[in-house]
Write a protein that binds this ligand. Structure first.
Ligand code: G4P
Length: 531
C-alpha cells in the first residue's frame, strides 16, 4: 500500500454526542491524554480556557454557558489519525448537529450511568439514525452510583431502538466500582485506585478461570453478582456483529468513568478497531471513493467572526476524497470558479496553524470571503460533480424582521444574507412583493436572539422582530407543474419564497396543510429542502 492509501486508511472521523453534562468534554480530554493533540479546529469547548478563546464573537454563548458552535480536533493514537467533531449540546441546535454528523463517519454516544437515556440523547440519536452511521456507546460516571446495568441497556434498546452489545461489563458502581469484565477475552480488568486519572494509571487483568484470585480482588459478593450477570447477559444480549455495527443497527457498549480514567483506553482501542476508515460519499455522478486521487470536499459548517479583530468567516469542509494540497487550485462548483483555498488551516484554540496537506477524512477550515454556503462542493479542476446536499430542517418559528433605521438597509441585508449562508437562519420574502419584507424562519427560538445580537454587534443594525403564528413550512416539490400564484389554500396559509425564488407555504397547523393538499390536485409538498 502506498503512502497515500495508508494515510487515508488510518483516519477515523467521528462525532461525539451526549446530553449536556454526561461527560463529553471530559471524555474528549482523556482521549487527548492518550494521543498527542495535533490540531484543534474550533476548541475542545474545554472549560474555562479554550471556551472563550474561540467564540468570543458570541457573548451569548458565554452568558448562557452553552456551546453554540461545534468544533473539530485531531490527534494521533496508536498509528491512527483521529478526527473528533464536537456537537453543540443545546436542543436549539439540532440543525448544526445534523450538519456536523454529515461530516462524520461514526458517532460516539456518551451516557451518564446514573441518568440513563436523556432528552437530548434521544434527539441527537434520531439525527444519527437518519444517517445510518455506526454508533458506539460509552456509559460514563460508573464511579458514581449507577442505574442497574440491564436497565441501562433496556433504555437504549427501547427508547433509541437500537440493539446493544456490551463489549465489557461493569463490576459495581460508585464506591464499589472495581473495574470491568472484558467479555471477549473472558477477563476482569481492574484499576488501581491510587493512580486513577492518569494515563499511566495501573490496570491489571485476571482471567475468569482464576476464581480464588478474583474473589480475593473484587470480593465474594461482587464475584457472585458478576457470575450471575454474565450468565444472564450471555443468554440475552445480541451477538457481536461488525456488519450490523457498521450499518448502525447494533451499538457496542462500553462502561467506564471518564473523570477517573477508568475504561477510556479500552474504549478507545476497541472503538478505533471497530469503526470505519473514511466512508464513500454520494454525489450526483455516483459514489465517490475516498481513495480516489482527486481531491473533493463539501462545506458543512460556516462560522463567522471567530476572531473579532479579523472579522473573518471560516468555512469548515470535510475532505471526501484524495489529498488536499494548499498549493493547488480547487474548483468551487456552486461558484463555477477555480480558486486557491485561502489560508487553509486547522485552528488550535486561539492559535491557527496553516497546513499544506490533508487527506480524505480530515476537516479543514478555510478563510471564506463570503463565497461559500453550507453544502457547497469543491473538486479538483475539471472534475465536476456535486455531493448530495445537506437537508435543510423545516423551521418551526417565524418572524417578520426589519431594520429600525431605514438608512441601514444595506447593512441589514448584508447581515441577514451572511447569517443565512452560515445556516443559522432561513430567510424568506413575501411571494408577490419585492425585497422589502423579510421573514426569518428558525429551528430553535434561541436563533432569534443570536440574530438580533449579531446584527447589532457585527453589523451595527438594530432590528424589530414581530413573531408570526406559523409553525409549519412546506417546500413545493413540483413547483414547475403548479401555478403557485393562483393556487388556493386555507385562509391562514401564507405563500412565501426563499432567496433563490423557490415558492414555499407557511401554515399555522397540520390541518391547514391537509386541506391545502386536498384543494389543489397534484400538489406535492415536502418537509425538507436541500441546500
Ligand atoms: P459535557 O461535555 O457532556 O457537558 O460534560 P462534561 O465533560 O463537562 O462533564 C460534566 C460534569 O461531569 C463535570 O463536572 C465533570 O467533571 C463531570 N464528569 C465527567 N465525567 C465524569 C465521571 O466519569 N465521573 C464523575 N463523577 N464525574 C464526571 P462539573 O462539576 O460540572 O465540572 P468541573 O467543575 O468538574 O469541571
Amino acid at each position: 500500500m502506498g503512502n497515500f492509501d495508508k494515510e487515508i486508511e488510518r483516519r477515523r472521523t467521528f462525532a461525539i454526542i451526549s446530553h449536556p453534562d454526561a461527560g463529553k468534554t471530559t471524555l474528549t480530554e482523556k482521549f487527548l491524554l492518550y494521543g498527542g493533540a495535533i490540531n484543534l479546529a474550533g476548541s475542545v469547548k474545554g472549560k474555562a480556557t479554550a471556551r472563550h478563546a474561540v467564540s468570543d464573537w458570541m457573548e451569548i454563548e458565554k452568558e448562557r454557558g452553552i456551546s453554540v458552535t461545534s468544533s473539530v480536533l485531531q490527534f494521533e493514537y496508536d498509528g491512527y489519525c483521529v478526527n473528533i467533531l464536537d456537537t453543540p449540546g443545546h436542543q436549539d441546535f439540532s440543525e448544526d448537529t445534523y450538519r456536523t454528523l454529515m461530516a462524520a463517519d461514526s458517532a460516539v454516544m456518551v451516557i451518564d450511568a446514573s441518568k440513563g437515556v436523556e432528552a437530548q440523547t434521544r434527539k441527537l440519536f434520531k439525527v444519527c439514525g437518519m444517517r445510518g452511521i455506526p454508533i458506539f456507546t460509552f456509559i460514563n460516571k460508573l464511579d458514581r452510583d449507577a442505574l442497574d446495568t440491564f436497565e441501562l441497556l433496556d433504555q437504549i434498546e427501547n427508547e433509541l431502538g437500537i440493539a446493544t452489545c456490551p463489549i465489557n461489563w461493569p463490576i459495581g458502581s460508585g464506591k464499589g466500582f472495581k473495574g470491568v469484565f472484558d467479555r471477549h477475552n473472558n477477563k476482569v480488568v481492574m484499576f488501581s485506585d491510587t493512580e486513577k486519572g492518569t494515563k499511566e494509571g495501573k490496570s491489571w487483568e485476571i482471567d475468569m478461570e482464576y476464581q480464588d484470585e478474583l474473589k480475593e480482588s473484587i470480593g465474594e459478593e461482587a464475584y457472585s453478582t458478576l457470575k450471575d450477570e454474565i450468565e444472564l447477559l450471555d443468554g440475552a444480549a445480541a451477538e457481536f456483529d461488525l456488519k450490523k455495527v457498521r450499518e448502525g443497527k447494533l451499538t457496542p457498549v462500553f462502561f467506564g468513568s471518564a473523570l477517573t480514567n477508568f475504561g477510556v483506553e479500552i474504549f478507545l482501542n476497541n472503538f478505533l478497531s471497530m469503526s470505519t476508515t473514511p466512508l464513500p460519499r454520494k454525489s450526483d455522478i455516483g459514489i465517490i471513493d475516498p481513495m480516489e486521487n482527486d481531491f473533493s470536499a463539501f462545506v458543512f459548517k460556516i462560522q463567522a467572526n471567530m476572531n473579532k479583530a479579523h472579522r473573518d468567516r471560516i468555512a469548515f469542509m470535510r475532505i471526501c476524497s484524495g489529498k488536499f494540497e494548499a498549493s493547488r487550485e480547487v474548483y468551487h462548483m456552486q461558484g463555477g470558479k477555480s480558486l486557491r483555498l485561502s489560508q487553509p488551516q486547522q485552528i488550535m484554540a486561539d492559535d491557527r496553524k496553516i497546513l499544506d496537506t490533508a487527506y480524505a477524512g480530515d476537516i479543514i477550515g478555510v478563510f471564506d470571503p463570503g463565497i461559500f454556503s453550507i453544502g457547497d462542493t469543491l473538486t479538483t479542476a475539471g472534475n465536476k460533480f456535486n455531493y448530495e446536499g445537506i437537508p435543510t430542517f423545516a423551521p418551526e418559528h417565524f418572524a417578520r424582521v426589519r431594520q429600525i433605521d431605514t438608512m441601514k438597509r444595506k447593512q441589514f441585508m448584508k447581515g441577514i444574507t451572511q447569517i443565512a449562508q452560515e445556516g443559522a437562519i432561513q430567510v424568506f420574502q413575501e411571494f408577490n412583493t419585492g425585497m422589502e419584507e423579510i421573514i426569518v424562519g428558525v429551528v430553535g427560538v434561541l436563533q432569534f436572539e443570536v440574530l438580533k445580537y449579531r446584527l447589532e454587534n457585527e453589523y451595527n443594525v438594530e432590528i424589530r422582530m414581530d413573531s408570526l403564528p406559523y409553525e409549519h413550512i412546506r417546500w413545493i416539490e413540483n413547483k414547475d407543474e403548479i401555478d403557485v400564484a393562483k393556487m388556493s389554500g386555507t385562509s391562514d396559509m401564507k405563500k412565501v419564497k426563499d432567496m433563490k425564488g423557490n415558492p414555499l407555504l407557511l401554515f399555522v397547523n397540520e390541518w391547514s396543510i391537509g386541506m391545502t393538499v386536498d384543494r389543489n390536485k397534484g400538489l406535492v409538498l415536502s418537509e425538507f429542502g436541500r441546500n
